[in-house]
Design a protein around this ligand. Structure first.
Ligand SMILES: *Cc1c(COP(=O)(O)O)cnc(C)c1O
Length: 420
Protein backbone atom coordinates (compact mmCIF):
# COMPACT_ATOMS: atom_id res chain seq x y z
CA UNK A 1 0.00 0.00 0.00
CA UNK A 2 1.00 3.60 -0.66
CA UNK A 3 2.54 5.35 2.37
CA UNK A 4 1.17 7.68 3.67
CA UNK A 5 -2.15 5.83 3.21
CA UNK A 6 -4.56 7.21 0.58
CA UNK A 7 -7.67 6.75 2.71
CA UNK A 8 -9.80 9.70 1.58
CA UNK A 9 -8.65 9.38 -2.02
CA UNK A 10 -9.54 5.70 -2.16
CA UNK A 11 -12.99 6.49 -0.72
CA UNK A 12 -13.75 9.32 -3.12
CA UNK A 13 -11.94 8.32 -6.30
CA UNK A 14 -11.06 4.63 -6.28
CA UNK A 15 -10.18 4.73 -9.99
CA UNK A 16 -7.46 7.34 -9.47
CA UNK A 17 -6.33 5.84 -6.15
CA UNK A 18 -5.97 2.46 -7.82
CA UNK A 19 -3.66 3.93 -10.43
CA UNK A 20 -1.51 5.62 -7.77
CA UNK A 21 -1.33 2.36 -5.79
CA UNK A 22 -0.32 0.49 -8.95
CA UNK A 23 2.41 3.04 -9.67
CA UNK A 24 3.74 2.74 -6.10
CA UNK A 25 3.92 -1.04 -6.49
CA UNK A 26 5.56 -0.67 -9.90
CA UNK A 27 8.23 1.57 -8.37
CA UNK A 28 8.75 -1.10 -5.72
CA UNK A 29 9.01 -4.00 -8.17
CA UNK A 30 11.44 -2.46 -10.69
CA UNK A 31 15.15 -1.86 -10.61
CA UNK A 32 14.84 1.83 -11.44
CA UNK A 33 17.84 3.00 -13.44
CA UNK A 34 16.43 6.15 -15.04
CA UNK A 35 19.29 8.56 -14.34
CA UNK A 36 17.04 11.54 -13.54
CA UNK A 37 14.84 9.71 -11.02
CA UNK A 38 14.99 8.78 -7.36
CA UNK A 39 12.83 7.80 -4.38
CA UNK A 40 12.03 10.72 -2.06
CA UNK A 41 11.75 10.11 1.67
CA UNK A 42 8.43 9.79 3.47
CA UNK A 43 9.15 13.17 5.10
CA UNK A 44 9.43 14.81 1.66
CA UNK A 45 6.25 13.04 0.51
CA UNK A 46 4.40 14.33 3.57
CA UNK A 47 5.63 17.90 3.10
CA UNK A 48 4.50 17.99 -0.52
CA UNK A 49 1.05 16.65 0.38
CA UNK A 50 0.07 19.42 2.80
CA UNK A 51 -2.34 22.39 2.93
CA UNK A 52 0.51 24.57 1.71
CA UNK A 53 -0.93 23.87 -1.75
CA UNK A 54 -3.88 26.11 -0.77
CA UNK A 55 -1.83 29.29 -0.47
CA UNK A 56 -0.92 32.04 -2.96
CA UNK A 57 2.38 33.86 -2.24
CA UNK A 58 3.44 35.94 -5.25
CA UNK A 59 6.62 37.82 -4.43
CA UNK A 60 9.40 36.95 -2.00
CA UNK A 61 9.52 36.63 1.79
CA UNK A 62 8.68 39.99 3.36
CA UNK A 63 7.58 41.41 -0.02
CA UNK A 64 4.37 39.55 -0.96
CA UNK A 65 1.35 40.62 -2.95
CA UNK A 66 -1.11 38.57 -0.85
CA UNK A 67 -1.85 38.60 2.89
CA UNK A 68 -1.55 35.61 5.20
CA UNK A 69 2.16 34.84 4.72
CA UNK A 70 2.94 34.46 8.44
CA UNK A 71 4.00 30.84 7.97
CA UNK A 72 4.82 30.70 4.25
CA UNK A 73 7.55 33.34 4.63
CA UNK A 74 9.50 31.33 7.24
CA UNK A 75 9.04 28.14 5.18
CA UNK A 76 10.50 29.73 2.05
CA UNK A 77 13.22 31.45 4.10
CA UNK A 78 14.16 28.09 5.60
CA UNK A 79 14.42 26.51 2.14
CA UNK A 80 16.55 29.41 0.87
CA UNK A 81 18.85 29.36 3.91
CA UNK A 82 19.33 25.59 3.66
CA UNK A 83 20.14 25.86 -0.05
CA UNK A 84 22.73 28.54 0.72
CA UNK A 85 24.25 26.39 3.48
CA UNK A 86 24.30 23.11 1.54
CA UNK A 87 25.85 24.60 -1.60
CA UNK A 88 27.79 27.49 -0.05
CA UNK A 89 26.27 30.17 -2.28
CA UNK A 90 25.44 33.85 -1.67
CA UNK A 91 21.94 33.62 -3.06
CA UNK A 92 19.25 31.02 -3.75
CA UNK A 93 15.81 31.23 -5.35
CA UNK A 94 13.67 28.14 -4.67
CA UNK A 95 10.62 29.21 -6.68
CA UNK A 96 11.22 27.90 -10.24
CA UNK A 97 8.54 25.32 -11.07
CA UNK A 98 11.05 22.93 -12.62
CA UNK A 99 14.43 22.82 -14.34
CA UNK A 100 13.23 24.06 -17.72
CA UNK A 101 11.49 27.20 -16.40
CA UNK A 102 14.53 27.83 -14.18
CA UNK A 103 16.75 27.86 -17.24
CA UNK A 104 14.33 30.08 -19.16
CA UNK A 105 14.52 32.54 -16.25
CA UNK A 106 18.31 32.65 -16.70
CA UNK A 107 17.86 33.70 -20.36
CA UNK A 108 15.30 36.30 -19.33
CA UNK A 109 17.69 37.66 -16.69
CA UNK A 110 20.73 38.15 -18.91
CA UNK A 111 19.81 37.99 -22.63
CA UNK A 112 17.68 39.80 -25.18
CA UNK A 113 15.92 37.78 -27.90
CA UNK A 114 18.43 37.03 -30.66
CA UNK A 115 21.46 37.19 -28.36
CA UNK A 116 23.96 34.35 -28.53
CA UNK A 117 23.97 31.44 -26.08
CA UNK A 118 26.39 28.53 -26.10
CA UNK A 119 25.51 25.12 -24.74
CA UNK A 120 26.18 21.45 -25.26
CA UNK A 121 24.28 19.95 -28.20
CA UNK A 122 21.37 17.73 -27.16
CA UNK A 123 22.62 14.61 -29.00
CA UNK A 124 26.01 15.07 -27.32
CA UNK A 125 24.52 15.06 -23.81
CA UNK A 126 23.23 18.63 -23.37
CA UNK A 127 19.70 19.61 -22.34
CA UNK A 128 16.94 20.94 -24.62
CA UNK A 129 17.00 24.25 -22.74
CA UNK A 130 20.67 24.87 -23.54
CA UNK A 131 19.67 26.23 -26.94
CA UNK A 132 18.51 23.14 -28.83
CA UNK A 133 16.53 23.98 -31.98
CA UNK A 134 13.09 22.61 -30.97
CA UNK A 135 13.24 24.42 -27.60
CA UNK A 136 12.10 28.03 -27.15
CA UNK A 137 15.71 28.68 -26.11
CA UNK A 138 16.87 27.65 -29.57
CA UNK A 139 14.09 29.53 -31.39
CA UNK A 140 14.29 32.87 -29.56
CA UNK A 141 18.05 33.03 -29.13
CA UNK A 142 21.00 32.43 -31.41
CA UNK A 143 22.42 29.15 -30.16
CA UNK A 144 25.87 27.75 -30.84
CA UNK A 145 26.71 24.26 -29.67
CA UNK A 146 29.70 22.28 -28.54
CA UNK A 147 29.96 18.52 -28.24
CA UNK A 148 32.30 15.73 -27.29
CA UNK A 149 35.10 14.29 -29.37
CA UNK A 150 34.51 10.98 -31.08
CA UNK A 151 37.61 9.22 -29.72
CA UNK A 152 37.22 10.14 -26.06
CA UNK A 153 33.48 10.79 -25.63
CA UNK A 154 34.51 13.82 -23.56
CA UNK A 155 34.16 17.57 -24.02
CA UNK A 156 37.13 19.07 -25.84
CA UNK A 157 37.71 22.34 -23.99
CA UNK A 158 39.99 23.69 -26.72
CA UNK A 159 37.06 23.35 -29.13
CA UNK A 160 34.78 25.10 -26.61
CA UNK A 161 37.28 27.96 -26.29
CA UNK A 162 37.67 28.36 -30.06
CA UNK A 163 33.89 28.40 -30.52
CA UNK A 164 33.44 30.94 -27.71
CA UNK A 165 36.12 33.22 -29.19
CA UNK A 166 34.52 33.06 -32.63
CA UNK A 167 30.86 33.40 -31.57
CA UNK A 168 31.14 35.63 -28.45
CA UNK A 169 28.16 34.17 -26.52
CA UNK A 170 26.67 36.25 -23.69
CA UNK A 171 25.71 33.09 -21.81
CA UNK A 172 27.52 29.76 -21.63
CA UNK A 173 25.88 26.62 -20.22
CA UNK A 174 27.92 23.74 -18.89
CA UNK A 175 26.35 20.52 -17.66
CA UNK A 176 23.75 18.31 -19.27
CA UNK A 177 21.57 15.21 -19.11
CA UNK A 178 23.78 12.46 -20.44
CA UNK A 179 27.30 13.33 -19.29
CA UNK A 180 29.06 10.43 -17.53
CA UNK A 181 32.17 12.45 -16.69
CA UNK A 182 33.22 15.19 -14.27
CA UNK A 183 32.44 18.70 -15.48
CA UNK A 184 35.50 20.94 -15.46
CA UNK A 185 33.95 24.09 -13.98
CA UNK A 186 37.25 26.03 -13.63
CA UNK A 187 38.05 25.51 -17.33
CA UNK A 188 34.58 26.66 -18.42
CA UNK A 189 34.92 29.67 -16.10
CA UNK A 190 38.20 30.67 -17.71
CA UNK A 191 36.62 30.54 -21.17
CA UNK A 192 33.55 32.50 -20.04
CA UNK A 193 35.77 35.13 -18.43
CA UNK A 194 37.84 35.50 -21.59
CA UNK A 195 34.79 36.22 -23.78
CA UNK A 196 32.84 38.16 -21.16
CA UNK A 197 30.01 35.61 -20.87
CA UNK A 198 27.97 34.66 -17.83
CA UNK A 199 28.68 31.02 -16.99
CA UNK A 200 25.70 28.92 -15.96
CA UNK A 201 26.41 25.55 -14.38
CA UNK A 202 23.32 23.40 -14.89
CA UNK A 203 23.83 20.79 -12.17
CA UNK A 204 20.34 19.25 -12.41
CA UNK A 205 21.70 15.71 -12.60
CA UNK A 206 24.61 16.00 -10.18
CA UNK A 207 23.31 18.39 -7.50
CA UNK A 208 23.11 15.59 -4.93
CA UNK A 209 26.64 14.47 -5.75
CA UNK A 210 27.89 18.04 -5.28
CA UNK A 211 25.95 18.44 -2.01
CA UNK A 212 27.50 15.19 -0.80
CA UNK A 213 31.03 16.03 -1.94
CA UNK A 214 31.14 13.35 -4.65
CA UNK A 215 31.56 15.82 -7.55
CA UNK A 216 33.46 19.16 -7.55
CA UNK A 217 31.33 22.23 -6.90
CA UNK A 218 30.80 25.01 -9.46
CA UNK A 219 30.67 27.61 -6.67
CA UNK A 220 33.31 30.26 -7.22
CA UNK A 221 33.50 29.35 -10.93
CA UNK A 222 29.98 29.74 -12.35
CA UNK A 223 28.17 32.98 -11.54
CA UNK A 224 24.83 31.22 -11.93
CA UNK A 225 23.91 27.68 -10.89
CA UNK A 226 20.70 26.08 -12.06
CA UNK A 227 19.42 22.81 -10.68
CA UNK A 228 16.39 20.61 -10.42
CA UNK A 229 15.66 19.29 -6.93
CA UNK A 230 14.36 15.82 -7.83
CA UNK A 231 17.31 13.94 -9.36
CA UNK A 232 20.36 12.98 -7.27
CA UNK A 233 19.36 15.69 -4.75
CA UNK A 234 16.34 13.49 -3.91
CA UNK A 235 13.74 16.20 -3.29
CA UNK A 236 10.33 16.88 -4.80
CA UNK A 237 9.97 17.92 -8.44
CA UNK A 238 11.15 21.50 -8.55
CA UNK A 239 14.19 23.65 -9.18
CA UNK A 240 16.47 26.29 -7.72
CA UNK A 241 18.61 29.08 -9.11
CA UNK A 242 21.69 30.00 -7.12
CA UNK A 243 24.23 32.73 -7.75
CA UNK A 244 26.78 35.16 -6.44
CA UNK A 245 25.47 38.42 -4.96
CA UNK A 246 26.02 40.33 -8.20
CA UNK A 247 23.59 38.25 -10.28
CA UNK A 248 20.96 37.69 -7.56
CA UNK A 249 18.54 40.55 -8.25
CA UNK A 250 18.33 39.88 -11.99
CA UNK A 251 17.53 36.20 -11.38
CA UNK A 252 14.86 36.95 -8.79
CA UNK A 253 13.18 39.48 -11.10
CA UNK A 254 13.27 37.01 -13.98
CA UNK A 255 11.60 34.22 -11.96
CA UNK A 256 8.97 36.58 -10.53
CA UNK A 257 7.41 38.65 -12.03
CA UNK A 258 9.28 37.86 -15.27
CA UNK A 259 8.18 34.30 -15.84
CA UNK A 260 6.04 32.92 -13.06
CA UNK A 261 3.17 33.77 -10.75
CA UNK A 262 2.77 32.22 -7.31
CA UNK A 263 5.37 29.75 -6.08
CA UNK A 264 4.26 26.19 -5.26
CA UNK A 265 4.55 26.39 -1.49
CA UNK A 266 4.04 22.66 -0.89
CA UNK A 267 6.99 22.02 -3.20
CA UNK A 268 9.04 24.68 -1.40
CA UNK A 269 8.41 22.82 1.86
CA UNK A 270 9.49 19.53 0.26
CA UNK A 271 12.66 21.18 -1.02
CA UNK A 272 13.40 22.49 2.50
CA UNK A 273 13.06 18.96 3.88
CA UNK A 274 15.24 17.45 1.14
CA UNK A 275 17.93 20.08 1.82
CA UNK A 276 17.88 19.23 5.54
CA UNK A 277 18.42 15.60 4.52
CA UNK A 278 21.24 16.64 2.19
CA UNK A 279 22.95 18.50 5.05
CA UNK A 280 22.83 15.45 7.33
CA UNK A 281 26.05 13.38 7.62
CA UNK A 282 24.50 10.28 5.99
CA UNK A 283 24.02 12.13 2.71
CA UNK A 284 27.77 12.23 2.06
CA UNK A 285 27.80 8.44 2.30
CA UNK A 286 24.77 8.29 -0.01
CA UNK A 287 26.41 10.50 -2.67
CA UNK A 288 29.64 8.51 -2.61
CA UNK A 289 27.71 5.22 -2.69
CA UNK A 290 25.87 6.39 -5.85
CA UNK A 291 29.22 6.90 -7.59
CA UNK A 292 30.70 3.66 -6.26
CA UNK A 293 27.67 1.76 -7.58
CA UNK A 294 27.89 3.45 -10.98
CA UNK A 295 31.60 2.66 -11.28
CA UNK A 296 31.03 -0.98 -10.26
CA UNK A 297 28.11 -1.34 -12.68
CA UNK A 298 30.13 0.27 -15.48
CA UNK A 299 33.05 -2.08 -14.87
CA UNK A 300 30.75 -5.12 -14.86
CA UNK A 301 29.11 -4.01 -18.10
CA UNK A 302 32.48 -3.48 -19.79
CA UNK A 303 33.54 -6.99 -18.68
CA UNK A 304 30.45 -8.31 -20.48
CA UNK A 305 31.31 -6.58 -23.76
CA UNK A 306 29.21 -3.42 -23.43
CA UNK A 307 30.59 -0.30 -25.10
CA UNK A 308 30.32 2.70 -22.74
CA UNK A 309 30.55 6.26 -24.03
CA UNK A 310 33.87 7.62 -22.67
CA UNK A 311 34.67 4.09 -21.46
CA UNK A 312 33.16 4.47 -17.98
CA UNK A 313 31.80 6.97 -15.50
CA UNK A 314 32.85 9.49 -12.83
CA UNK A 315 29.34 10.15 -11.53
CA UNK A 316 25.92 8.44 -11.27
CA UNK A 317 25.39 8.01 -15.00
CA UNK A 318 26.34 5.46 -17.64
CA UNK A 319 25.71 5.86 -21.36
CA UNK A 320 25.86 2.61 -23.34
CA UNK A 321 26.24 2.32 -27.12
CA UNK A 322 24.51 -0.98 -27.92
CA UNK A 323 25.77 -1.33 -31.48
CA UNK A 324 28.28 -4.00 -30.39
CA UNK A 325 25.40 -6.01 -28.89
CA UNK A 326 23.42 -6.05 -32.15
CA UNK A 327 20.36 -4.32 -30.69
CA UNK A 328 19.06 -0.72 -30.83
CA UNK A 329 18.28 1.35 -27.74
CA UNK A 330 14.50 1.24 -27.91
CA UNK A 331 13.94 -2.53 -28.23
CA UNK A 332 16.59 -3.05 -25.54
CA UNK A 333 14.89 -0.57 -23.16
CA UNK A 334 11.51 -2.22 -23.76
CA UNK A 335 12.86 -5.73 -23.16
CA UNK A 336 14.68 -4.55 -20.02
CA UNK A 337 11.46 -3.01 -18.72
CA UNK A 338 9.72 -6.36 -19.18
CA UNK A 339 12.60 -7.94 -17.26
CA UNK A 340 12.10 -5.49 -14.37
CA UNK A 341 14.90 -3.08 -15.22
CA UNK A 342 13.61 0.40 -16.01
CA UNK A 343 15.77 2.83 -18.00
CA UNK A 344 15.52 4.99 -21.11
CA UNK A 345 16.76 4.67 -24.66
CA UNK A 346 19.14 7.50 -25.48
CA UNK A 347 21.07 9.03 -28.33
CA UNK A 348 24.81 8.46 -28.15
CA UNK A 349 27.29 11.02 -29.52
CA UNK A 350 27.62 10.73 -33.34
CA UNK A 351 24.63 8.37 -33.36
CA UNK A 352 23.95 7.11 -36.89
CA UNK A 353 20.35 6.31 -35.88
CA UNK A 354 17.37 8.67 -35.41
CA UNK A 355 16.61 10.36 -32.01
CA UNK A 356 13.33 8.41 -31.65
CA UNK A 357 15.13 5.13 -32.35
CA UNK A 358 18.72 5.68 -31.20
CA UNK A 359 21.66 3.37 -30.52
CA UNK A 360 22.01 3.75 -26.79
CA UNK A 361 20.57 3.38 -23.33
CA UNK A 362 21.18 5.62 -20.31
CA UNK A 363 21.49 4.25 -16.78
CA UNK A 364 21.82 5.96 -13.39
CA UNK A 365 22.35 4.62 -9.90
CA UNK A 366 20.71 7.30 -7.69
CA UNK A 367 17.44 5.42 -7.12
CA UNK A 368 18.89 1.94 -6.57
CA UNK A 369 21.38 3.42 -4.10
CA UNK A 370 18.51 4.99 -2.16
CA UNK A 371 16.93 1.55 -2.17
CA UNK A 372 20.05 0.16 -0.49
CA UNK A 373 21.63 -1.83 -3.32
CA UNK A 374 25.43 -1.85 -3.11
CA UNK A 375 28.51 -2.60 -5.20
CA UNK A 376 28.21 -6.32 -4.40
CA UNK A 377 24.96 -6.45 -6.42
CA UNK A 378 26.32 -4.66 -9.51
CA UNK A 379 27.84 -7.71 -11.25
CA UNK A 380 24.49 -9.49 -10.94
CA UNK A 381 22.68 -6.44 -12.32
CA UNK A 382 25.08 -6.24 -15.29
CA UNK A 383 24.53 -9.97 -15.87
CA UNK A 384 20.74 -9.48 -15.91
CA UNK A 385 21.13 -6.62 -18.39
CA UNK A 386 23.36 -8.75 -20.61
CA UNK A 387 21.05 -11.78 -20.36
CA UNK A 388 18.00 -9.65 -21.19
CA UNK A 389 19.69 -8.22 -24.29
CA UNK A 390 20.63 -11.75 -25.37
CA UNK A 391 17.09 -12.99 -24.71
CA UNK A 392 15.59 -10.04 -26.63
CA UNK A 393 17.82 -10.76 -29.62
CA UNK A 394 16.73 -14.41 -29.50
CA UNK A 395 13.02 -13.59 -29.00
CA UNK A 396 13.18 -15.55 -25.72
CA UNK A 397 10.25 -14.05 -23.74
CA UNK A 398 10.35 -16.88 -21.20
CA UNK A 399 13.97 -15.99 -20.43
CA UNK A 400 12.96 -12.36 -19.84
CA UNK A 401 10.17 -13.49 -17.51
CA UNK A 402 12.61 -15.61 -15.51
CA UNK A 403 14.83 -12.55 -14.97
CA UNK A 404 11.79 -10.48 -13.87
CA UNK A 405 11.00 -13.11 -11.23
CA UNK A 406 14.59 -13.07 -9.91
CA UNK A 407 14.56 -9.27 -9.73
CA UNK A 408 11.26 -9.19 -7.89
CA UNK A 409 12.69 -11.67 -5.38
CA UNK A 410 15.82 -9.53 -4.83
CA UNK A 411 13.84 -6.29 -4.38
CA UNK A 412 11.54 -7.82 -1.76
CA UNK A 413 14.50 -7.40 0.62
CA UNK A 414 14.93 -3.67 -0.14
CA UNK A 415 12.01 -1.52 1.03
CA UNK A 416 11.21 1.82 -0.57
CA UNK A 417 9.79 4.92 1.11
CA UNK A 418 6.24 5.47 -0.14
CA UNK A 419 5.08 1.87 -0.35
CA UNK A 420 4.82 -0.96 2.13
C1 LIG B 1 16.38 17.47 -16.00
C2 LIG B 1 17.15 18.62 -16.54
C3 LIG B 1 16.55 19.87 -16.77
C4 LIG B 1 15.07 20.10 -16.80
O1 LIG B 1 14.34 19.80 -15.73
P1 LIG B 1 12.76 19.59 -15.83
O2 LIG B 1 12.40 19.62 -14.40
O3 LIG B 1 12.53 18.28 -16.51
O4 LIG B 1 12.18 20.74 -16.60
C5 LIG B 1 17.37 20.93 -17.14
N1 LIG B 1 18.69 20.76 -17.29
C6 LIG B 1 19.27 19.57 -17.11
C7 LIG B 1 20.75 19.44 -17.31
C8 LIG B 1 18.53 18.46 -16.75
O5 LIG B 1 19.13 17.27 -16.60
Amino acid sequence: MHQPALTALTGFDPELAGLVEAEAKRQHDKIRLIASENYVSTAVLEATGTVLTNKYSEGYAGRRYYEGQQFIDPIETLAVQRAKDVFGVDHANVQPYSGSPANLAVYLAFLQPGDTVMGMALPMGGHLTHGWSVSATGKWFRAVRYGVTKETGRVDLDEVRDLARAERPKLIFCGGTAIPRTIDFPAFAEIAREVGAVLVADIAHIAGLIAGGAHPSPVGHAQVISTTTHKTLRGPRGAMLMSDAEHAAALDKAVFPGLQGGPHNHTTAGIAVALKEAAAPGFRDYAHAIVANAKALAESLVERGFDLVSGGTDNHLILVDLESKGIAGKPAAKALDRAGIELNYNTVPFDPRKPFDPSGIRLGTAAITTRGLGVEQMPQLAQWIDDTVTAANAGDEAGIERIAAQISELLAGYPMPGWA
